[in-house]
Design a protein around this ligand. Sequence first.
Ligand SMILES: CC(C)(COP(=O)(O)OP(=O)(O)OC[C@H]1O[C@@H](n2cnc3c(N)ncnc32)[C@H](O)[C@@H]1OP(=O)(O)O)[C@@H](O)C(=O)NCCC(=O)NCCS
Length: 171
Amino acid sequence: MTLPIKAERLYITEFNADMAESVHLASLDEDNRKFVPDEVFETVEDAREAVTELMSFYAENASPLVYPVVLNDGRHIGHVQAVPIENGWEIGYHIAKPFTVRGYATEAVIAFLPFITNRLGITQIFGICRADNIASRKVLEKCGFILELERNAPYHGAEHRIRRYKYEVSL
Ligand SMILES: CC(C)(COP(=O)(O)OP(=O)(O)OC[C@H]1O[C@@H](n2cnc3c(N)ncnc32)[C@H](O)[C@@H]1OP(=O)(O)O)[C@@H](O)C(=O)NCCC(=O)NCCS
């Protein structure tokens, strides 16, 4: 499976240097600040640095592996990603606030799962979110992730009630 991954209304591709401004702007919304504060880029320069580093990871087999989500009309609306964790890999996603509640995260994650599990050679991937992140919980549940546990744990630099879900590739 190769990039771009095409879904009905969007596609998933690799970052290019022109995306620094949209990464910066998309990262500033209140949900991103609340739920994933370490993925907020306050300046275009911060975003450019991150994008440049993420682009180098594709070739170096380094991580995290982060891929922009782009609407078929060319608007860059967010990203999907895979991040290594202690016992495997965790999926992540962000859709910029003006584009939320239209099913884009669900559509992107459904398209991303076969690609990323194949690329990493894995048969399972975790989804971890704050228990009060209802939108994220719904994305995971609609994409076939099963709830494994809910507990208090450190998450993005603070103690939170978190939920861990697991997706298994059906063979
Ligand atoms: C989580 C996030 C990616 C969801 O994106 P999205 O494109 O709106 O998701 P979808 O449209 O596919 O919606 C999934 C479900 O969540 C619901 N939803 C979306 N935003 C919601 C909100 N703020 N509150 C409650 N439910 C919400 C949708 O209605 C949908 O449920 P439904 O099918 O029952 O109607 C987006 O809100 C976001 O980027 N948040 C900030 C970053 C983040 O939290 N990332 C995940 C970290 S674990």
